[in-house]
Design a protein around this ligand. Structure first.
Ligand SMILES: [Zn+2]
Length: 289
């Protein structure tokens, strides 16, 4: 009997890491933020995300399970800039115990009319600000692990610097006159500002509104007159509109680009770095020749 007890204790110790007691419970509003938190937090955090892979964070209906996740969290990491309009009610219903951390704090937002453009992560330089904010929030919540969060963040920032160089080198290969594409919604403003590719979209910075027939007609005219070579589908959006624009203009469909959401582990963009790499590959394949 004693021996059995001993075996059980040894097994339990092997299954539950010694550190588990101090792990921070962190909720990230969507997959890209979740990936940043995993990279900075490492083994020091349990990360759950609310909006799952290939899903749209602009229009999301939180479930009772999401309220439970928020109620159990020390930190809730959000993008802000108008991205998660559904969040305040969720936090309210969960009992408001967690600290809400806005990962875009300190980023000067681009404006689209009177709205802020929330897609700041599409510039890798901005992604580094997200990482700095997440590191500060994790360290404040668990100072005992601050040194680990610092070294994780530094290692990840080195990778992001390399990624930023990769994007610039890839875009440099695309002739200036061909640096124009169509995406479904206006999610690449920060990418455009940082790297010099023009994106035109029938849908605005949020997917909440549908484009009018007039908006679509205007884009079709623009594609024809500017000879825009390629249109792209997004993993979070219905592909029919883009396919119709392609059919009416002759612009080729350059595949999928990832704007607001990662894929699951088996997909082609399970991490932020994979997502940016996939996007520059898709853009250069469609535009470089
Ligand atoms: Zn978006």
């Amino acid at each position: 009997m004693q021996r059995l007890l001993l075996i059980c204790l040894v097994l339990a110790a092997a299954i539950v890491p010694a550190h588990a007691q101090q792990r921070l419970n962190v909720v990230a509003s969507f997959s890209i933020l979740g990936d940043f938190v995993k990279n900075v937090g490492g083994n020091g955090v349990n990360v759950t995300t609310l909006v799952g892979p290939n899903s749209d964070s602009h229009v999301y209906s939180p479930s009772p399970a999401d309220a439970k996740k928020v109620a159990d969290a020390r930190l809730v990491i959000v993008n802000g800039l108008g991205m998660e309009g559904w969040l305040p009610r969720l936090v309210q219903s969960a009992g408001r115990k967690a600290t809400i951390v806005t990962a875009t704090e300190g980023i000067a937002p681009l404006k689209r009319g009177s709205d802020a453009d929330p897609h700041a992560w599409q510039s890798v330089a901005n992604a580094k600000i997200y990482v700095a904010n997440i590191r500060a929030a994790l360290s404040a919540a668990n100072p005992a692990d601050a040194a680990v969060f610092k070294s994780n963040a530094e290692a990840y920032l080195v990778k992001l610097d390399a990624l930023d160089r990769e994007v610039r080198e890839a875009i440099a290969k695309i002739p200036q006159a061909r640096r124009q594409v169509i995406s479904n919604h206006d999610a690449f403003g920060y990418f455009a500002a940082a790297y010099g590719i023009q994106f035109i979209a029938p849908v605005g910075v949020s997917t909440e509104s549908e484009p009018s027939a007039r908006d679509i007609a205007a884009i079709i005219t623009q594609i024809k007159s500017a000879k825009i070579p390629a249109v792209f589908l997004e993993n979070i959006s219905d592909p029919r509109l883009i396919r119709r624009i392609s059919a009416e203009t002759g612009a080729s469909v350059g595949g999928i680009i990832y704007s607001d959401s990662l894929t699951d582990e088996k997909g082609e963009a399970p991490t932020y770095i994979d997502m940016v790499r996939h996007n520059i590959k898709a853009l250069t394949q469609a535009l470089a020749n």
